[in-house]
Design a protein around this ligand. Structure first.
Ligand code: ZN
Length: 152
């Protein structure tokens, strides 16, 4: 990874860790799921409220996670607000491919925008599950699954 992307990664993670966006329960949520990453101890609950137009009107999260999990959840909720379920599914798949190394970070940037900074997590394999946990939890919520998600 080039140093510019690494600096950006550190800034973004720190900023979202210190000031998580949408870190609250969602009033009137119609979908919710909980996720747990036993490797790190991250716990996250993602709540969704779908608007009449089928777009996510509100997306929020609660729980306790490490800096990377919290930053990922924060950026995810920001990104998903106003998206349709199909758009959100595409982002979930793209984020997952980026973090598992199947996608080139430069190409991913076109599809994922600022979420592409999470390519930095690939240098710390033990942290990949921290970053993907909120997305897997979102995915379970969107699909209406009630059992808790675990990364193990
Ligand atoms: Zn973690």
């Amino acid at each position: 990874m080039d140093s510019e992307l690494r600096d950006l990664y550190q800034q973004v993670i720190l900023d979202h860790h210190r000031r998580p966006r949408n870190f609250h329960p969602v009033p009137g949520a119609d979908r919710a799921a909980e996720g747990y990453n036993p490797l790190c101890g991250d716990r996250v609950k993602v709540e969704l409220k779908t608007g009449a137009d089928g777009r996510y009107e509100d997306v929020g999260f609660t729980g306790t996670g490490c800096a990377i999990c919290t930053a990922s959840a924060s950026m995810m909720t920001e990104t998903l607000k106003g998206r349709t379920r199909e758009e959100a599914e595409t982002l979930f798949q793209g984020f997952h491919r980026l973090l598992t190394g199947a996608d080139d970070p430069a190409e991913a940037q076109e599809r994922l925008g600022k979420l592409a900074v999470f390519a930095g997590v690939r240098e710390f394999p033990v942290r990949v599950k921290c970053a993907t946990l909120p997305w897997h939890t979102f995915h379970a919520a969107a699909q209406g699954k009630s059992e808790a998600v675990s990364t193990e």
